[in-house]
Design a protein around this ligand. Structure first.
Ligand code: ADP
Ligand code: MG
Length: 239
């Protein structure tokens, strides 16, 4: 599905990612963990075209999408739920969700049944259903995070990039977000999940990569990473 090789990217003259390679096979949940500043968000931004990679290849179903504009990458089926809940604050919840289907409504992707998918989002995120007429800017941080996820899912993506969906949430909401991710995994949504909550991410993922200073320092099945002494010491605290 998604195969990244030797990705180099950064901001201006500052190189953040140093030949990052990773793979997200169809129907799997892969997590990218690492400390603050390791380059996780930069990786997702380069994948979805928010920043242009300096070199490397990003293959989706075999076609290299590195350097294509974001709308083209979305049309090919990559959805990005960004860090920091970028919702349209002055629009109601329902309109925010619907905007996720823009590429489908305008013929960029197969239209399918947009209304049925809206209902599916309300089933997945009951909090959003209760608040569908409320302006997005008045939602709590956790609810806005869920809204960003719902909007990304409305693309009907081939692969969903999730950037720290648990960031800044109360423990109860973190649990809720992870249970939604587990449910999407059951539905075989292909996902690349970026998380600082490494243990929770490895609990739900099939496979994981550890990013350290812009380089992949370890990778393996989620179970093997959880048992790796170096990973445990650096990212999972003292268990
Ligand atoms: N817009 C930006 N302009 C310049 N440098 C940035 C920008 N965003 C992030 N960086 C730098 O890139 C590095 C990696 O950041 P980031 O990808 O956000 O890490 P993570 O998501 O793993 O916390 C950091 O050193 C950060 O300061
Ligand atoms: Mg980040």
């Amino acid at each position: 599905m998604l195969k990244v090789e030797n990705l180099v990217a950064g901001y201006g003259k500052v190189q953040v990612l140093h030949e990052v390679s990773l793979e997200v096979p169809e129907g799997t949940l892969v997590t990218l963990i690492g400390s603050n500043g390791a380059g996780k968000t930069t990786t997702l931004r380069a994948l979805s075209g928010m920043i242009a990679p300096q070199s490397g290849t990003i293959r989706m179903d075999g076609a290299d999408i590195a350097g294509l504009p974001t709308h083209d990458i979305a049309r090919r089926g990559m959805a990005h739920s960004p860090e920091g809940r970028r919702v349209f604050a002055t629009l109601p919840v329902a309109d925010n969700i619907l905007l996720g289907a823009f590429t489908r409504a305008t013929g960029g992707r197969a239209k399918g049944d947009i209304a049925a998918d809206m209902d599916r989002m309300y089933g997945l995120f009951p909090r959003l259903a209760e608040r569908r007429a409320q302006l997005a800017g008045t939602l709590s941080g956790g609810e806005q995070q869920m809204l960003a996820m719902a909007r990304a899912l409305m693309l009907s993506p081939k692969v969903l990039l999730l950037d720290e969906p648990s960031m800044g949430l109360a423990p109860r909401l973190v649990e809720e977000v992870f249970s939604i991710i587990a449910r999407l995994k059951q539905e075989r949504v292909t996902m690349l999940l970026v998380e600082q909550f490494a243990l929770a991410a490895l609990d739900v993922a099939d496979y994981g990569y550890v990013l350290e200073n812009g380089r992949v320092s370890a990778s393996g099945s989620a179970a093997s990473l959880k048992d790796d002494p170096a990973v445990r010491a650096a990212y999972l605290g003292q268990h």
